[in-house]
Ligand binder design. Structure first.
Ligand code: NAD
Ligand code: TYD
Length: 349
């Protein structure tokens, strides 16, 4: 039985990756390691938690001793590393946690993998999941390619860039069998409602202001999370050792256009008159160092591995809105307590 460690499997993207692997590969043991921070929610995997090929371990990747012990115990064949602090605004408010988790945590996992793969069985993979934000900010023209120089500009993207460099260094220096991918903004079910799309859906549902940073002209390239999970499965199994793959949806939206679209979809779903939710739009102070535009060129993964998005943005967004409307209790559970304090501080409400 192949044993694969997924870190951060109780978070947004991680839970989709774990679900896909547990269901698709009954002959793999999928071990989900997660600290269960505010963003990690065991409820995200309640549908598969009783499967015999799934195991959960509550652990902090910055705990070097515990990580080494776990690797010794399981002798994992592969690692898919998603655990991270992931929200740019939180990294501006409190950068330190990002450095510890995203850099030191990744280093611990690399060292632990290196210690058990000394002999190298030939099938081991350390797959590091990263973001397009490491490439910096684009003007109106151009795309991020796999060889675009790194130019991170927030504590979050700088910590991810740093971890990417260390992962590649372990390949070149120690021959650790690594793979990497850098993906654009994800959207879909189970995303913590501090990120733009679930925040807007949740606030429209509760008739609260929709905070737009600056003029709302910044551009993001949106990909449905289940398509990202499929890409991760594809790269883990078929990608080349030592290579990087960019993943994206060729789906660029200014924030304000995206919020208008969400208002229209929500008005339709909630039976409101068109234009009702747009009244909630509130322009607020811009994010410090706000990257202008992200856009991925995903030609390599399409050409080399045959991956491409399976849904259009309209289809993915409709599924997403339906999920949040049908899972109001999930939203209530994750927005109680500590999140409310963060939200009030972030937006001064
Ligand atoms: P998320 O914040 O929803 O989930 C992160 C998970 O990591 C949570 O379950 C959390 O409990 C866990 N975690 C955090 N610190 C930990 C620690 N010290 N030890 C163990 N577990 C810890 O994040 P996400 O959006 O699912 O992102 C997952 C990965 O994908 C991250 O590495 C992120 O950089 C990357 N990524 C995200 C996006 C996006 O649009 N969300 C896009 C590209 C890449
Ligand atoms: P976010 O979902 O935080 O992802 P990222 O910063 O990693 O791209 O934000 C997406 C875009 O939406 C980004 O340009 C910032 C903007 N934004 C707002 O305008 N208002 C908000 O309340 C949030 C959370 C984000």
């Amino acid at each position: 039985m192949k044993k694969i460690l997924v870190t951060g499997g109780s978070g947004f993207i991680g839970s989709h990756v774990v679900r896909l692997l547990v269901n698709k590969y009954p002959n793999y043991l999928i071990v989900n390691l997660d600290k269960l921070t505010y963003a990690g929610n065991p409820e995200n995997l309640s549908d598969i938690e009783k499967n015999s090929n799934y195991r959960f371990v509550k652990m902090d990747i910055t705990n070097e001793k515990a990580i080494f012990k776990l690797f010794e115990e399981y002798k994992f064949d592969g690692v898919i590393h998603l655990a991270a602090e992931s929200h740019v605004d939180r990294s501006i408010a409190n950068p330190n946690e990002f450095i510890f988790t995203n850099i030191v945590g990744t280093l611990n996992l690399l060292n632990a993998a290196r210690s058990i793969w000394k002999e190298g069985s030939g099938h081991n993979v350390f797959y590091h999941i990263s973001t397009d934000e490491v490439y910096g900010s684009l003007d109106e023209e151009g795309f991020f390619y796999e060889d675009t120089p790194y130019d991170p500009r927030s504590p979050y993207s700088a910590s991810k860039a740093s971890s990417d460099h260390i992962v590649r260094a372990y390949y070149h220096t120690f021959g650790l069998p690594i793979k990497l991918s850098n993906c654009s903004n994800n959207y879909g079910s189970h995303q913590f409602p501090e990120k733009l799309i679930p925040l807007v859906i949740n606030n429209i549902k509760n008739q609260k202001p929709l905070p737009v940073y600056g003029k709302g002209e910044n551009i993001r390239d949106w990909l449905w999370v289940e398509d990202h999970a499929r890409a991760i499965d594809t790269i883990y199994h078929n990608g080349k050792i030592g290579e990087t793959y960019n993943i994206g949806g060729h789906n660029e939206w200014t924030n304000i256009d995206l919020i208008h679209l969400l208002c229209n979809v929500m008005d339709h779903k909630l039976g409101n008159q068109t234009g009702h939710s747009k009244k909630l739009i509130t322009f607020v102070k811009d994010r410090a160092g706000h990257d202008m535009r992200y856009a991925i060129d995903a030609t390599k993964i399409k050409k080399d591995l045959g991956w491409q998005p399976s849904v259009t943005f309209e289809q993915g967004l409709e599924k997403t809105v339906d999920w949040y409307l049908e899972n109001q209790q999930w939203l209530k559970n994750v927005t109680s307590g500590a999140y409310l304090k963060y939200y009030n501080e972030q937006y001064n409400y």
